[in-house]
Design a protein around this ligand. Structure first.
Ligand SMILES: C[S@@+](CC[C@H](N)C(=O)[O-])C[C@H]1O[C@@H](n2cnc3c(N)ncnc32)[C@H](O)[C@@H]1O
Length: 410
């Protein structure tokens, strides 16, 4: 029998203490073996978890009762999954997860929080990027960090810049527990953070969702999308029409953990809709009054959109250096702008074109950059009423939508 025991700094439950003292083999991180030393039988084999796989193999192969010590709730981003995949059928004695403890320390409910883990895939930076994107798109987030490149410093600059109040909860449940609170917009302090730690990020204006959520985190696809033009403030004609936006959204695939750029954003309707799907939305627009309108549209829809004012091509590099895009919608700008977007290598690109002259060059540009180009012309005619009460079709201007998905090797 294997017992997995969660530790949170509190006293060990009786079941856990009994399982530990009976175990002939106990695996755990060095700090956990030390914390539970008084309960482990003298002759028991102690297996420090450096290489998790090897340690769990040793536990599974132990010739008697064994125990695994883990942090918090072993069933929540913990060792339980790895043990189960080895065919073990362990008993579990959980403790409070570090996320619950961290929110308890700042006195906030967390049933409306999105919880993301930055563990894994850190070689490519993908783990950090998607965790950061999801945290930025949600008013309340907890990030399970990992030592090194996925530590608090990978998250703090963007979270603080986005107006979040950030708490770094270090070594919870130990004698040197420390929760450091950073104010929105403040500089990131030059210091080292003690491991392990959890980063909480809270939008101070939305620390309490208006009502209790029924499901933690992002609530899934919005109740309606491809919203009518009237749902957005816009300058006449400078809005992607709902029919075109619907297909663009389908091809951009906005969702939690992704970053979507809206380049030449106009009203920002695409950015706002992507944010409603849970993506981190970033809009680029030249005119200051359009930028104001994008911000107003984001506010009206209760979502976060980062707005960059100025010539798009000049702003893309700096934005990409902070958080590279997964998908980009190009609703405005010339071929130089499109080429600058492609240079940032988003996986998906969608371009809306009114001018036929640009279709061929952009199609070829997508192909040359390693994307599989595709496209369609969209000509919608909406139902409209006539004064006599009969229906007519009101034609909207045709638009060519081009898109491309980057082939994996490109
Ligand atoms: C693999 S996850 C395990 C999560 C664990 N099952 C739980 O319920 O807290 C490891 C991460 O949990 C967080 N963590 C675990 N113990 C912690 C503690 N005592 N204080 C702060 N964060 C902790 C850190 O983000 C750490 O990198």
């Amino acid at each position: 029998m294997i017992t997995v025991i969660g530790l949170d700094g509190g006293p060990l439950p009786r079941r856990a203490a009994a399982a530990l003292s009976a175990a002939v083999c106990v695996a755990g991180a060095a700090r956990h073996l030390e914390a539970a030393a008084g309960h482990i039988a003298d002759g028991a084999e102690r297996v420090p978890i450096g290489d998790l796989g090897a340690a769990l193999d040793a536990v599974v192969a132990a010739g008697g009762p064994a125990a695994v010590l883990a942090s918090g709730d072993p069933g929540f981003f913990g060792v339980l999954r790895s043990l189960r995949t080895r065919g073990a059928d362990p008993a579990v004695v959980p403790a409070a997860t570090s996320v619950a403890t961290a929110f308890a320390r700042i006195g906030l409910p967390w049933d409306d929080a999105v919880v993301v883990s930055a563990h894994g895939r850190s070689d490519s930076g993908r783990g950090v990027r998607r965790a950061l994107a999801a945290a930025l798109a949600h008013p309340k987030a907890a990030v399970l960090t990992a030592p090194g490149r996925a530590g608090p410093d990978a998250f703090l600059p963007e979270l603080l810049r986005a107006g979040r109040r950030v708490h770094v909860a270090q070594r919870l449940g130990t004698d040197d527990e420390d929760v450091v609170t950073l104010a929105p917009g403040q500089e990131v302090p030059q210091r080292t953070w003690a491991d392990p730690n959890v980063v909480l990020a809270v939008d101070p204006d939305r620390a309490l969702a208006p009502a209790m959520a029924w499901m933690p985190g992002h609530q899934g696809a919005p109740p309606d999308w491809a919203l009518p033009a009237e749902s957005f403030e816009h300058r006449a004609s400078l809005i992607t029409k709902p029919e075109v936006r619907a297909l663009a959204l389908a091809r951009l695939a906005p969702r939690p953990g992704t970053v979507v750029w809206d380049v030449g954003a106009g009203s920002g309707s695409v950015a706002v809709e992507c944010a409603r799907f849970g993506a981190r939305a970033v809009a680029f627009e030249r005119a200051p009054d359009d930028c104001e309108r994008i911000r107003a549209n984001a506010r009206a829809h209760g979502v976060a959109v980062e707005v960059h004012q100025g010539e798009a091509a000049a702003n893309l590099d700096a934005a990409a250096a902070r958080l590279a895009p997964d998908a980009a919608f190009i609703g405005g700008g010339d071929d130089a702008v499109a080429s600058a977007v492609l240079a940032r290598r988003p996986e998906r690109v969608v371009v809306a074109l009114a001018s036929l002259d640009r279709v061929r060059p952009l199609h070829d540009m997508l192909a040359a950059a390693g994307y599989a180009p595709d496209g369609t012309q969209m000509q919608a005619s909406r139902l409209s009423g006539l004064p006599n009460g009969s229906l007519r079709l009101a034609a909207a201007n045709p638009v060519t939508l081009l898109w491309g998905t980057r082939t994996p090797s490109a």
